[in-house]
Design a protein around this ligand. Structure first.
Ligand SMILES: *[C@@H]1O[C@H](CO)[C@@H](O)[C@H](O)[C@H]1NC(C)=O
Ligand SMILES: *[C@@H]1O[C@H](CO)[C@@H](O)[C@H](O)[C@H]1NC(C)=O
Ligand SMILES: *[C@@H]1O[C@H](CO)[C@@H](O)[C@H](O)[C@H]1NC(C)=O
Ligand SMILES: *[C@@H]1O[C@H](CO)[C@@H](O)[C@H](O)[C@H]1NC(C)=O
Ligand SMILES: *[C@@H]1O[C@H](CO)[C@@H](O)[C@H](O)[C@H]1NC(C)=O
Ligand SMILES: *[C@@H]1O[C@H](CO)[C@@H](O)[C@H](O)[C@H]1NC(C)=O
Ligand SMILES: *[C@@H]1O[C@H](CO)[C@@H](O)[C@H](O)[C@H]1NC(C)=O
Ligand SMILES: CC(=O)N[C@H]1CO[C@H](CO)[C@@H](O)[C@@H]1O
Ligand SMILES: CC(=O)N[C@H]1CO[C@H](CO)[C@@H](O)[C@@H]1O
Ligand SMILES: [Ca+2]
Ligand SMILES: [Ca+2]
Ligand SMILES: [Ca+2]
Ligand SMILES: [Ca+2]
Length: 782
């Protein structure tokens, strides 16, 4: 039908235009009907026609009148020349046969005052040609928006072709790597697996390529934006947690902290509606608000909290967790032990491992066998005791000797722990006093001592102290036991020191050694004071010899007569001297009376030398009074004695002795013998005694002399000299011996020559030695 009615119009248009009545307008070349494919581009010429006025002096004017249906697709007629007009498609022309297949363009043509109307029929026919929507149509268009969580395969875009060709079409997406799929109908779909997180928020630009069999193709650009979608992030790693707490631990104690993943997480307790527990919204710490007391609120034993965590900015993003809270009863009583304190005494010899005491404890909770016993650290002394189950045992030797103290105390604490939760403990103090035991008898150390015989009264000479290994060490009491002879008198032992002292008198020459028994008794070695042990020691005390006896000559005074011709090898006499001391070595020397050296000693034998009785020369004395000193040692201390030998020499000559007067001319220097005994160094006390003795003797002598004088005064002659018959010789001797000036003194001394000098002493004032006669008091200076 569409094609039929334009034809009738065309006829009408023709008749109308060639209306002869007007005759003044000459329309030429009006096409009447024009066929246009709708694919023709804008600007395409639709029709040409020429208009002329019959009166040539007039110019035709063509004015567009209307277009049915109204459209702007057509340009007004454009005069190409004076009478030729062109109708073309406007730049906005978009013909589409599927919408409008005919346009009637009406124009009014005027020549002077004549006018006529012309119509142009434009038939639009569908072009058989593939054409995508023009690119310019997409400019400024919003991208297609698809949520990130779009269901897989969701239709995103259905392409609309501007013009389709008849044959089958093929649709492809130019960039195959894009995550979109396209159906054979050209529908763009979301990916089969849905969008990934990474694709969220991105904008994808792609071209859909449409092609037909003839190889014609066009591109449709589209842009797809994947809109990000909020994902729930808040989550707990567990679905439920449990925690046990003890009752009565006070309020606001942390019980447990829950933690959810996610951002801006806040926490809340959803159920139950409790006043006993609270949660910190920001940290998730669950605390108790009030003290949890099971006795008052038994219902608190088990609580199940439902805790919700949510994103503060997306409250629907949330997760929940179950929190089981168990409140346990407290174990408040520790084990009860009997006795609560342990005090005892043990001897130091108690062996290691000895069981001292089984502890009996009762537990408030749990059974008795689950109790744990142990010695608390810090016992003193260390390691003293240990626990073997409930039994207290000695763990180390508790030795007084090792500790170095008596009655020391061991302190420890037994810790009894039960199996409750938390474990409760009880402390049992232990106080053990270790008492000493006398374990060791005393021992003697030395058995032999020596003491010099001249030891003074109370002089120390030996250390007889013994040994006792009990503490306090060597605490001994010493005693010298009585012998058959009675209590000891010569020696003394320090009661506590064991030091030996001499009491005396001792004499090596009389008794060389003593055997004593000393007793060593230990003191305070045992808790029982009577528990003492005694050891007897036989000791020997050797008396050491000391040179304390002077030599003794028997007889101390001898008288011999010889001839002056006696051979030198024949001894005059032999001295018989002895010394009581064992190691004495007697030596002899003539210390006086050896005028002109007429005698010599060989050992203890006295030999004469050659005498001289020459009246004109040397005339030896006829009587020699030889003083012989006998010394008992060559080294100090040395003692000596003096023996006197008087030798009468009978000159064996016929010579008549010269008168004494002649001999007076013979002047000889008197020989005064001084001999100092080097070894005489008496003790001070001896000097004092000697002095006293000397004074005494002096006075005795004085008294004697006085008696003699007194007797002389009575007219009695003094006792005649023994050698009266030799008076002449004697005088001669005196003359030779002493100058005449000394006559008085000489006569005073004369009697002494005939005395037996039985002693020898030293003058305390002058230090000179002299011989004395103890019976008469007479003395002679040496
Ligand atoms: C119209 O006239 C122009 C100029 O003379 C010519 O180019 C064109 O082909 C003509 N169009 C038709 C449809 O006659
Ligand atoms: C939460 O975590 C559990 C295990 O960690 C997991 O199985 C679950 O899918 C998670 N839920 C969410 C919403 O992420
Ligand atoms: C918490 O209690 C519930 C119910 O009694 C139980 O099913 C769940 O296993 C408990 N959770 C834990 C961690 O014990
Ligand atoms: C613990 O011992 C005490 C006394 O021996 C006894 O009375 C109590 O029953 C015992 N307890 C248990 C749990 O055995
Ligand atoms: C018992 O003694 C040993 C060593 O002799 C020591 O290692 C241990 O700690 C002692 N025991 C106690 C409870 O002191
Ligand atoms: C005696 O001997 C003992 C043991 O040998 C010693 O300890 C003590 O000091 C001695 N005493 C004296 C006074 O020397
Ligand atoms: C000590 O001497 C006495 C006799 O004097 C003797 O019976 C005893 O056995 C001696 N003891 C020792 C240990 O020699
Ligand atoms: C032949 C004809 O009619 N000519 C006319 C053209 O128009 C002019 C003026 O309008 C007339 O004068 C002529 O007569
Ligand atoms: C399918 C299709 O459009 N085929 C066309 C290919 O081109 C020839 C000639 O131009 C047409 O005759 C066909 O109809
Ligand atoms: Ca002892
Ligand atoms: Ca002891
Ligand atoms: Ca002696
Ligand atoms: Ca002697």
């Amino acid at each position: 039908m569409g094609l039929k009615w334009p034809l009738s119009f065309l006829l009408l248009f023709t008749i109308y235009a060639t209306d002869p009545a007007s005759g003044q307008i000459d329309l030429d070349g009006i096409p009447g009907t024009v066929w246009l494919e709708d694919s023709v581009p804008p600007g395409t010429t639709v029709a040409n026609f020429s208009v002329k006025c019959t009166n040539s002096s007039h110019l035709p004017i063509v004015v567009p009148k209307n277009i049915i249906p109204t459209t702007s697709f057509f340009n007004p007629p454009n005069a190409l020349s004076v009478d030729t007009y062109q109708v073309s498609l406007s730049s906005s022309a978009a013909l589409d046969a599927r919408k409008v297949n005919q346009y009637i363009l009406a124009y009014s043509v005027r020549c002077a005052d004549e006018s006529t109307e012309v119509q142009l029929f434009v038939q639009v026919i569908a072009a058989d040609k593939l054409e995508c929507s023009s690119r310019s149509a997409d400019i400024g268009r919003m991208p297609i928006q698809v949520p990130e969580d779009a269901t897989p395969g969701l239709y995103i875009y259905i392409p609309v072709l501007k013009r389709e060709s008849k044959g089958p079409l093929k649709f492809t997406i130019e960039d195959a790597s894009l995550p979109f799929q396209i159906t054979s109908d050209g529908i763009v779909q979301a990916p089969a697996t849905g969008f990934s997180h990474e694709q969220a928020g991105k904008i994808f630009s792609m071209n859909i390529v449409v092609s037909d069999d003839n190889g014609t193709s066009c591109r449709m650009p589209i842009t797809v934006e994947v809109l990000p979608v909020y994902h729930n992030q808040v989550n707990f790693t567990e679905t439920s947690v449990a925690r046990s707490v003890l009752e009565n631990t006070g309020p606001l104690k942390e019980i447990i902290q829950v933690h959810a993943t996610g951002e801006n997480v806040r926490y809340q307790i959803v159920s139950p509606d409790t006043i006993y527990f609270t949660i910190n919204p920001e940290t998730g710490v669950i605390m108790n608000t009030y003290n949890l007391d099971l006795e008052r609120h038994p219902g608190l034993a088990q609580t199940q909290l439902l805790v919700r965590a949510y994103n503060m900015l997306h409250p629907s993003d949330s997760a929940s967790i179950t929190v089981n809270i168990t409140v346990k009863p407290q174990n408040l009583l520790g084990p009860l032990c009997s006795p609560a304190l342990f005090v005892t005494d043990i001897p130091e010899t108690t062996p290691t491992g000895t069981a001292l005491w089984p502890l009996s404890c009762v537990d408030a909770v749990g059974d008795n066998s689950s109790l744990h016993y142990q010695i608390e650290d810090g016992q003193s002394p260390i390691y003293s005791f240990r626990m073997d189950g409930p039994v207290l045992k000695v763990n180390t030797t508790l030795d007084t000797e090792l500790m170095g103290t008596l009655y020391f105390q061991c302190k420890a604490v037994i810790l009894v722990t039960d199996s409750g939760s938390p474990p409760r403990t009880t402390r049992v103090p232990v106080l053990v006093t270790v008492s000493p035991v006398n374990e060791y008898p005393p021992q003697c150390l030395r058995r032999s001592f020596s003491v010099p015989e001249n030891s003074g009264f109370g002089e120390f000479f030996g250390n007889a102290s013994g040994l006792d290994r009990d503490y306090p060490f060597n605490n001994l009491e010493y005693n010298i036991l009585e012998t058959e002879a009675g209590p000891p008198t010569l020696f003394f032992i320090g009661r506590r020191t064991g030091l030996l002292y001499a009491l005396g008198p001792l004499d090596y020459e009389r008794k060389k050694s003593y055997h004593l028994t000393i007793s060593l008794k230990d003191v305070d070695n045992d808790a029982n004071r009577l528990e003492q042990s005694t050891t007897l020691c036989n000791i020997t005390i050797n008396v050491q010899d000391v040179n304390d006896n002077p030599p003794v000559c028997e007889p101390p005074f001898e008288e011999r007569s010889i001839y002056s011709t006696q051979a030198r090898t024949v001894s005059v006499t032999q001295l018989h001297c002895t010394d009581a001391d064992e190691r004495s070595e007697l030596s002899y020397s003539i210390v006086g009376g050896n005028t002109n050296g007429r005698f010599r000693l060989e050992g203890d034998r006295l030999f004469p030398n050659t005498f001289s009785y020459n009246r004109d020369g040397i005339f030896d004395p006829l009587t020699f009074e030889l003083l012989i000193q006998v010394t008992d040692s060559r080294s100090a201390p040395a003692l000596s004695t003096t023996a006197t030998v008087i030798v009468h020499v009978t000159p064996w000559t016929t010579t008549v002795p010269t008168p004494a007067t002649t001999t007076t001319t013979v002047s000889k220097e008197p020989i005064i013998l001084h001999r100092t005994v080097e070894y005489w160094s008496p003790d001070p006390w001896f000097v004092v005694i000697l002095t006293l003795t000397g004074i005494f003797l002096f006075s005795a002598l004085g008294l004697l002399l006085w008696c003699l004088r007194w007797r002389k005064a009575q007219g009695e002659m003094s006792q005649p000299f023994q050698q009266n018959q030799e008076k002449g010789l004697e005088r001669n001797y005196i003359m030779a011996e002493e100058p005449s000036k000394e006559k008085d003194k000489g006569s005073a001394e004369m009697p002494s020559l005939h005395h037996q000098f039985d002693g020898r002493a030293q003058d305390p004032v002058t230090g000179q030695d002299y011989l004395f006669d103890s019976s008469s008091g007479a003395r002679r200076w040496l």
